[in-house]
Ligand binder design. Structure first.
Ligand SMILES: [Zn+2]
Length: 714
């Protein structure tokens, strides 16, 4: 259910967060950089001004980045050095216009490096990372620049600003303050020390997880131990064995795509135990890759930094910038879901214990038995054969189903544009048009897994919508890792893949429907716990029988998916949700515990984690989705005090979808218009809760989520 999304490219380097990135205006920005041979720095003579991927060579990136950063620096210097007193126009809007070339080069590079990388691009990335970090710091810690922003901020009520201008001012000021711009020199110096140590420790954390993950293998020599593993997965395990130097047989690793199918399929309980424990103990083996001391120190440093910035805890610091606002509201959500989820998980455990004992295996069900018996119960109860489902989900038919949703809801149409430059022949390009035929933006889709693409699925923007000096239309990409078709055959995907396709297109619509003035407030540039709303809500339509009948058609016969299959898909939808919810919420509690330390004190990681799991009453057959020592989201990613965000957004998307059901029409025009006008077109120009309240007429309620996950009282 939880998918990885790359945040809009520049969110990663901090420039947009500072409101300092103007858009790629197809004409004015280009005119000042013409005369270069580097197409990244030249004007783009392409339809809609999309990037000329066909002309960009690997060696163009590094010089383009350095030139773009130099220009950005000069633009910042011009703002700082001007003699006039700070105004909204000469400081905030000037910041907004600065860095246009840097934004453009970064967007292209980050997109291509994620979707179609090579050694050369990865080397550019490695060389640039410290230069980009320093570039972002030079801007955010520039004292004169901050004083100018503050001067405007301090007189904000007297300036007659529009609501969007006021929001830009508040958000920009806030980002400076959150990065330490308002601290005295001693505190600033300590901030820099803390940030440097955190960056180093975070990098070491990731390196340790990778080492522990790659080091371990389970070498299986008896074909009986493979159980009913699919031919494709058996072939992958055979290849893994050869990669690891074996002449024959099969090897499994503790990477999810390898361990999960093995735990589901292998009847060998002892082998399941070995691989399960190897997975769960990563970073906790008291060896040179142990992460316990490392992460404890990180939590302590974050607590210290939060206090420097005036917050009681790191969680309070992070959440003050999110829709949830406070740790209390996050814990309130987790508490509401936890008790019913745990009750359902206990029932699931009882069902599986019964099945295991009925098979003649004595004793107690353990963590390494859970996935194996889950699959047995699933088959016994739902008789859902995946091979019967796939013919109804051909990837282009599913895509057209999502386009149909966007048409029924917002009147959009999608015109294929095979003439647009692409980074890979598999990539598809569409012009997106409004109901009246006018141009809205460009959408790329890149469906299939390949060695040059990172894992997961994500959306990102090549150009974000804005209208400060002229109308800039959005160009967005969606990226997936679906199995490529064999030869010229059809690309049949799973029902879960179909939900992923709708999810990423939901992010894309959030970017495409944006209608704001300032680029840094545009589209998906919203709080982390709000951004998944626009994507997750699209998934709701995909599993409605009425909608399935519109798009799920047999790829050979064109026959509509039979009702019996729809019923099975729906019935199995809430299956195993106790387990799925419990392992997720336990990890979210663990994240909150590490980041609610009131003082900068290092705790023994194993004991700290166990105490929190005991406090919430986690049953021993389930471990948190991530244990502390390999919790990369929070110790080597951007999700500290933020792992709850998917569930938060799910409360919103399930509750919002109810608005359509209450209207008696899944495509109710008035509700769809409200969704577009109150939320999807507004980017970050208003607080998320304000936008939601305007759409729904009230705050979100949790009932629809509990219902969808099968967690209501029984
Ligand atoms: Zn997403």
């Amino acid at each position: 259910m939880f998918r990885i999304d790359l945040r809009p490219a520049l969110m990663l380097v901090g420039a947009v967060a500072l409101g300092s990135c103007a858009g790629e205006r197809s004409t004015p920005a280009a005119s000042v950089i013409s005369g270069h041979d580097n197409p990244l720095l030249a004007e783009w003579h392409t339809p809609f001004g999309v990037p000329p991927f066909d002309l960009i060579r690997n060696e163009y990136y590094l010089p383009a980045f350095r030139e773009a950063m130099a220009r950005h620096k000069a633009e910042i210097a011009a703002i700082v050095d001007q003699a006039d007193a700070a105004t909204f126009a000469n400081t905030l809007e000037a910041l907004e216009r600065s860095g246009a070339v840097y934004t453009r080069v970064s967007a292209v590079f980050n997109s291509v490096n994620a979707a179609h990388t090579n050694d050369s691009l990865q080397e550019v990335d490695r060389i640039l990372a410290p230069e980009q970090a320093a570039h972002a710091d030079d801007i955010s810690l520039n004292p004169v620049l901050y004083q100018r922003v503050k001067a405007v901020y301090d007189q904000r009520d007297a300036l007659g600003l529009t609501p969007e201008q006021l929001r830009l001012l508040e958000e920009t000021h806030k980002q400076f303050v959150r990065r330490g711009a308002a601290l005295d020199d001693a505190a600033k110096a300590r901030m820099r020390e803390i940030n440097a140590e955190l960056a180093e420790r975070s990098q070491a954390f990731g390196k340790n997880v990778l080492a522990e993950t790659n080091a371990w293998e389970l070498h299986v020599t008896d074909t009986a131990d493979l159980g009913n593993l699919s031919d494709n997965l058996v072939a992958l395990a055979a290849r893994e064995a050869r990669t690891r130097g074996h002449d024959a047989d099969w090897s499994f690793t503790v990477q999810r795509p390898s361990i999960d199918p093995f735990l589901e399929a292998s009847p060998n309980r002892e082998l399941r135990r070995q691989i399960f424990l190897a997975y769960a103990m990563r970073g906790d083996n008291d060896n040179e890759s142990d992460n316990k001391a490392n992460l404890s120190r990180m939590a302590a440093l974050r607590a210290e930094r939060a206090r420097l910035l005036g917050y009681p805890t790191h969680a309070a610091f992070v959440l003050s910038n999110n829709m949830a606002e406070t740790p209390e509201r996050v814990l309130g959500l987790l508490d509401q879901v936890w008790a019913p989820a745990l009750r359902v998980a206990r029932q699931e455990r009882a069902d599986m214990q019964e099945m295991m004992n009925a098979e003649g295996i004595a004793g107690k069900l353990e963590g390494w038995d859970w996935r194996y018996y889950t699959e047995k119960v699933r088959q016994a109860r739902y008789d859902l054969d995946p091979t019967l489902v796939r013919p109804y989900f051909e990837v282009n038919a599913v895509r057209d189903g999502v386009f149909m949703l966007a048409n029924r809801l917002y009147g959009l149409t999608f015109e294929p544009r095979p003439d647009l430059p692409r980074w890979h022949p598999d990539q598809q390009a569409f012009e997106v048009k409004e109901a009246d035929g006018s141009h809205l933006g460009v959408l790329y889709l890149d469906f299939f897994a390949r060695a040059s693409k990172r894992g997961g699925a994500w959306m990102n923007s090549l150009r974000r919508q804005s209208s400060l000096d002229s109308a800039v239309t959005p160009v967005v990409t969606t990226n997936f890792n679906f199995a490529a078709p064999a030869g010229d055959g059809p690309a049949l995907i799973t029902f879960d893949d179909a939900l992923t396709l709708a999810h990423e297109c939901g992010h894309a619509l959030h970017g495409l429907l944006s209608n704001v003035t300032y680029e840094s407030l545009s589209g998906t540039a919203v709080a982390r716990d709000f951004v998944e709303f626009g994507s997750q809500i699209m998934e709701n339509w995909m599993s409605e029988p009425e909608v399935l009948r519109l798009y799920a058609k047999h790829h050979e016969t064109g026959a509509v998916i039979p009702d019996a299959l729809i019923e099975k898909l729906q019935a199995s939808g809430t299956f195993n949700q106790g387990f799925i919810t419990v392992e997720y919420v336990a990890a979210a509690y663990l994240d909150m515990a590490w980041h609610s330390l009131p003082r900068s004190v290092e705790h023994a990681a194993r004991q700290f984690e166990q105490a929190e799991m005991d406090r919430i009453g986690l049953i021993p057959e389930i471990i948190p989705r991530y244990r502390s020592t390999y919790y990369s989201h929070i110790f080597d990613g951007g999700y500290s005090a933020g792992y709850y965000a998917y569930l938060w957004a799910e409360v919103l998307d399930k509750d919002a979808f109810q608005a359509f059901k209450e209207a008696g029409d899944l495509f109710d025009p008035a509700t769809a218009r409200r969704l577009r006008e109150s939320i999807l077109s507004k980017g970050n120009t208003r607080p998320g809760m304000d936008m939601y309240r305007e759409f729904r007429g009230r705050e979100p309620a949790i009932d629809a989520l509990l219902e969808a996950r099968g967690l209501t009282g029984r």
